[in-house]
Design a protein around this ligand. Structure first.
Ligand code: NAD
Ligand code: UD1
Length: 339
């Protein structure tokens, strides 16, 4: 069975391609490489012994996208393609709205034209916005605090409208908490451009000597040690969650949102200490001002995904640290490192 993966060259997409290929799916990837390197797909092949069919296509190019659907009998779509930097989205909102929303509209139009109605969509826990009760569950009122978050919220609503107009659609909205870690092989992983915005790639780049020290954003949050608490989920657990969601949309119609998280929160200091313990690398850090827009505590209630998809995260923070470090230490320059 052929599955189209948009954004399949990226961090979560490449890990999901590995799991799809291992499970016997044929994988067609559409990606314009605006935030990824094609080398990731070579490495997916090294891991699985199987290749994906790759198209360097922008979702905004409807004609080129339609050609992919003409050439392949696509049964379902896993839709990762999108821009994801919160800070950048504040300065370049139109770029984010155009790429993420128009890209999704065009994808849905083409899917409708070709009678493909099964989609797994990368949403984000960011759609919960500023909540003061944890764990977050799927029934909370949604809100967004920045343009990136609004694209996810709007796309969730658009997909609901698409289903309301044609009940043949089966759509899973996967709300990820904080994806981290890397494939056990250390061959694929997260390779951000420039200085990382997110905690984990920052920690690993300090450990490998590319960055001097970590700034811990805020030491005065109402948490047990004063630093922010998050739900860190191993990217391979997340990838497997996509396979479970795919099976679900292949067998049901409707729109369903699922939290993909562990249900546990860890503070920034706990993550630093776990990394130091499991890797033996010291992470110099200093506590600085809070980062604007951050909340104190975020973790999800993943019980709906367990009940309806039969999925739960199994990898803990020690495995996350070991795997992230294996990737970074083997690939100090990400995909530009020759293996
Ligand atoms: P990523 O940037 O590594 O992957 C996204 C891929 O989409 C990239 O390869 C990029 O080149 C491609 N892309 C972007 N716009 C495109 C377009 N118009 N046409 C074709 N390809 C396009 O990001 P990721 O971390 O793998 O995230 C995947 C998805 O999950 C994104 O939608 C992101 O918003 C969402 N998400 C990510 C996180 C996270 O922390 N990584 C958390 C929540 C949600
Ligand atoms: C961020 C985004 C969120 C997005 C998610 C994707 C913001 C405000 N939120 O979430 O919308 O869905 O990434 O992964 O950008 N931290 C430090 N020092 C650093 C980096 C981070 O102390 O150099 C802290 C943060 O304050 C936070 C925790 O580490 O408490 C995790 O931060 P990060 O990895 O950036 O993720 P989120 O902020 O949770």
């Amino acid at each position: 069975m052929k599955v189209l993966v948009t954004g399949g060259v990226g961090y979560i997409g490449s890990h999901t391609c590995v799991e799809l290929l291992n499970a016997g799916y044929e994988v067609v990837v559409v990606d314009n490489l605006m935030n990824s390197k094609q080398e990731a797909l070579e490495r997916v092949k090294d891991i699985t012994g199987k290749g994906v069919l790759f198209y360097n296509v922008d979702l905004l190019d409807k004609e080129a996208l339609s050609k992919v659907f003409l050439e392949h009998e696509i049964r379902a779509v896993i839709h990762f393609a999108g821009l994801k930097a919160v800070g950048e989205s504040v300065f370049l909102p139109l770029k984010y709205y155009h790429n993420n929303i128009t890209g999704t509209l065009i994808l849905c139009e083409v899917m409708e034209e070709f009678g493909v109605h099964q989609m797994v969509f990368s949403s984000s826990a960011t759609v919960y916005g500023l909540q003061d009760c944890v764990p977050f569950h799927e029934g909370l009122t949604l809100q967004a605090t920045n343009p990136y978050g609004r694209t996810k919220l709007m796309i969730e609503e658009i997909l609901q409208d698409v289903y309301d107009s044609n009940n043949n659609w089966g759509i899973a909205l996967l709300r990820y908490f904080n994806p981290v870690g890397a494939h056990l092989s250390g061959v694929i992983g997260e390779d951000p451009n420039g200085i990382p915005n997110n905690l984990f790639p920052y920690i690993t780049q300090v450990a490998v000597g590319k960055l001097e020290k970590l700034s811990v954003f805020g030491g005065d949050y109402p948490t047990h040690d004063g630093t922010g608490v998050r739900d860190y989920i191993h990217v391979v657990d997340l990838a497997i969650g996509h396979l479970k969601a795919l099976e679900h949309v292949l067998n049901t119609t409707g729109v369903n949102a699922y939290n993909l998280g562990t249900g546990k929160g860890y503070s920034v200091l706990e993550m630093i200490h776990s990394f130091e313990k499991t890797t033996g690398k010291k992470i110099p850090y200093q506590i600085t001002e809070r980062r604007s827009g951050d909340i104190a505590i975020s973790y999800g209630d993943p019980s709906k995904a367990k009940k309806e998809l039969g999925w739960e995260a199994v990898k803990g923070i020690d495995e996350i640290c070991e795997d992230a470090w294996r990737w970074q230490s083997k690939n100090p320059n990400g995909y530009e490192t020759k293996l």
